[in-house]
Write a protein that binds this ligand. Structure first.
Ligand SMILES: O=C(O)c1ccccc1NCC(=O)[C@H](O)[C@H](O)COP(=O)(O)O
Length: 289
């Protein structure tokens, strides 16, 4: 789907989210206090909180110094989803972020979309506040359906270190413009792809962190082989390759490690884990802290 395309078929979930988010963003843009020129002024005044760089943080995890380092973790705070409904609607995002950080996550991903995921910018702000003073804190990712610079400015002001750009939602010129804008604000984006054509588009704009979504956002079907099938496209490149969605157990991560994947992004399995820290340590096969 692109921002401009129309289709006679019933809208997919991605299209429905996109339409709703356009309305949400228009409302925010016309609200006194959050108009684009006001966000720009806050950015120019240097009011956004300090950043940490995504790429170097993603390359560090509790196994980095061991003889056979495992993958890094992007740990997601996910209250609900279109495919599963409620997952953990009453989670405390601050507490969850702290647990993820203490377990060794490199990135805390916070879904900020309200209608289908029950997330918010406040969730992200609280997650960041909970980990802010930690030594070597994880980076904070605004996990959102982004199609405008406005949403990236919002993310920066609310404490994100990085933002998600979904290639399937954006025409190439817009993708490049949003990527450049985010980098200009100090945030290296996570660029999400789902097939070889989208991967080629991510590489063409110079993305340094690429996530392959194993979940097809049009059909919800999950295939962990989606990431495996695209590893060769980045093998000789200076790209951090992340597998996104559907990761449930250590065997999934072990297979990705053998294939050369650098990081995994995990949502539902972490939200449903009994002992989150133990689950993470076993999932990633990390050494004792
Ligand atoms: O999770 C969904 O149902 C979903 C549907 C449509 C668009 C996006 C969706 N999820 C966003 C994500 O990318 C996942 O939350 C993330 O990759 C973690 O996935 P999982 O570990 O399977 O919860």
């Amino acid at each position: 789907m692109s921002a401009t395309e129309s289709t006679a078929k019933p809208p997919t979930i991605l299209e429905r989210i996109y339409v709703q988010r356009q309305k949400d963003v228009e409302a925010a843009k016309s609200t006194p206090g959050t108009r684009p020129e006001e966000l720009d002024a806050y950015l120019e005044m240097g009011l956004a909180p300090p950043l940490i760089p995504l790429v170097s943080r993603l390359k560090r995890n509790p196994s980095t110094a061991t003889p056979s380092p495992s993958l890094s973790l992007m740990a997601e705070i996910k209250r609900a989803s279109p495919s599963k409904g409620d997952i953990a609607p009453f989670v405390n995002p601050a507490r969850q972020a702290l647990v993820y950080a203490q377990a060794g996550a490199s990135v805390i991903s916070v879904l900020t979309e309200p209608t289908w995921f029950k997330g918010s910018l406040l969730d992200m702000r609280l997650a960041r506040a909970a980990i802010d003073a930690l030594p070597d804190r994880p980076a904070v990712l605004r996990k959102e359906f982004i199609f405008s610079e406005y949403q990236i400015a919002e993310a920066r002001l609310w404490g994100a270190d990085t933002v998600l750009l979904i290639v399937a939602m954006l025409e190439q010129d817009l993708l490049r413009m949003l990527y450049t804008y985010a980098v200009g604000l100090g945030m290296e984006p996570l660029v999400e792809v789902n097939n070889a054509q989208e991967m080629a588009r991510a590489l063409e704009i110079g993305a340094k962190v690429v996530g392959v979504n194993n979940r097809n956002l049009h059909t919800f079907s999950v295939d962990l082989g989606t990431t495996s099938g695209l590893v060769d496209m980045v093998r000789e490149r200076d790209v951090v390759l992340c597998a996104l969605s559907g990761i449930q157990g250590p065997e999934d991560v072990k297979a990705y490690k053998e294939q050369g994947v650098n990081a995994v992004l995990v949502g539902e399995s972490l939200m449903r884990a009994g002992d989150t820290k133990v689950f993470i340590k076993e999932l990633l096969a990390w050494p004792d802290a």
